[in-house]
Design a protein around this ligand. Structure first.
Ligand code: ACO
Length: 400
């Protein structure tokens, strides 16, 4: 027997698979998805059990190293991350040069890319100690960079990280604390955010993770690879959908057109009208993460005493869509992004921060994939083929 790529090479065949719908680019032992059954597992553990029992950092360890950490391993991982939360003062000042109106996702990818400029130990991607420190720095600093992007957009002073707090509580304080008064973490917000971050930690070869792997396959350092992943996540068809969902729900409310009319417009494929937060390349069943997020939305809104009419619109939209032949026949269900925005909004995050929260959640998955690829001796530089459809060879005109 011979593997397919050798066969294709020997016979001169190529496949054209636009959007990589049927092409596996790698083997991976990190995350398992069965899109027809609506199953998601991290390193074999069902997502429902991970979300109910783990923390963000414990899940990160599991994804990166493949097994659950011992109590000592987790404590030292946590301590190392806390030790690296501070940004270089010059990187802190980097934010001064950016406009306050900048989208925080652009700020995030720029600042993460800039991390390479601050550390000269980034080029040897096969030195395990150097890879380890890049990973720790990213986990420690991305939430701080994200919070500074938020503060910058508000015109508020940056706070320094408080390393006595957990990963999630520190992040909440950096976003919502002020210089003027002490910040007390609301445990309901903390628990809900931890859960949402866990649900986003990995999702195998999605567009941003594939980007991280492709860039990493050139032996670019982890900061540059992850900066590219953040850029891929930004788009509304991927991570940007959480921001787009809220915009869509607000437009339905403000236009007074009603849910049924909006669904008609989606079905008529009106230009630019899609049911954001619905559909998935892999899930042809209810996204298991969406179920958990929906539960969290109910809990958080009830605990905060928030009544959000956008949640009512979302629930109605889901009901109408799930009983409509257009969506049934195409197997379109809510994805993870459909309800997250409602929770983030209730927590006090502006819509432009929603995809940034996704990026913080996804970071361990990106790292795990970068590392898995980097440790695999069979890795090759990613280099897709093309089918050339341009002009045949021709001579430069003698007269013009
Ligand atoms: N609203 C309306 N129709 C849709 C939607 C949607 N959200 N999603 C897919 N369809 C339709 C398509 O128009 C197509 O219909 P057709 O066969 O009549 O042409 C059919 O369903 C199949 O859709 P594809 O575009 O082929 O599906 P694909 O796998 O390429 O796209 C994607 C998946 C990008 C997620 C798509 O469903 C979409 O755009 N959804 C909205 C954006 C979104 O929520 N993105 C977040 C994804 S999850 C994540 O990244 C975390």
């Amino acid at each position: 027997s011979v593997d397919i790529s050798t066969f294709m090479k020997q016979t001169g065949f190529s496949t054209l698979d636009t959007g990589f719908v049927n092409t596996a680019a790698t083997k991976s032992a990190i995350t398992y998805i069965d899109g027809d059954q609506g199953i998601l597992r991290y390193r074999g553990y069902p997502i429902e059990q991970v979300a109910a029992n783990s923390t963000f950092l414990e899940t990160a360890w599991l994804l990166i190293y493949g097994e659950l950490p011992t109590a000592d391993e987790l404590a030292s991982f946590d301590a190392r991350i806390r030790r690296h939360t501070l940004l270089h003062e010059d990187l802190r000042r980097f934010f001064d040069a950016l406009p306050a109106s900048a989208h925080p996702m652009s700020v995030l990818s720029s600042a993460v890319g800039a991390l390479s400029t601050f550390y000269e130990d980034t080029m040897d991607v096969h030195d395990p100690a150097k890879v380890e420190i890049q990973m720790i720095r990213l986990l420690a600093k991305l939430p701080v960079i994200a919070a500074y992007a938020h503060k910058k957009s508000l015109g508020q002073a940056f706070l320094y990280p408080d390393n006595s707090l957990s990963f999630v509580d520190n992040f909440l304080k950096l976003n919502f604390g002020t210089m003027a008064e002490p910040y007390v973490v609301n445990p309901v917000l903390s628990k809900a955010l931890e859960r949402l971050l866990i649900l986003h930690e990995d999702h195998e070869q999605n567009a941003s993770t594939s980007t991280v792997r492709l860039v990493g396959s050139t032996e670019a350092n982890m900061y540059s690879s992850i900066s590219a992943g953040i850029s891929a996540l930004y788009g509304p068809l991927h991570g940007g959908a959480n921001e787009a969902v809220l915009k869509m729900l607000a437009e339905i409310r403000d236009s007074g057109q009603g849910v049924a009319r909006f669904v008609e417009r989606v079905k008529n494929k009106e230009e630019g009208v899609k049911l954001m937060g619905f559909g998935h390349r892999v899930y042809k069943n209810y996204d298991p993460r969406a179920k958990l997020v929906k539960e969290s939305a109910d809990e958080v809104l009830a605990a905060l005493g928030v009544k959000d009419e956008l949640l009512d619109i979302a629930l109605e939209l889901e009901q109408v869509a799930l009983s409509d032949e257009y969506f049934i026949s195409r197997r379109l269900y809510p994805n993870v992004d459909f309800y997250t925005g409602i929770i983030y909004k209730a927590m006090g995050f502006p819509p432009r921060m929603f995809t940034v929260l996704f990026a913080i959640g996804r970071l361990p998955g990106w790292i795990a994939h970068w590392r898995e690829m980097n440790l695999d001796p069979s890795t090759k530089i990613g280099r897709p083929q093309q089918l050339y459809i341009g002009s045949p060879a021709r001579d430069w005109p003698t007269e013009r």
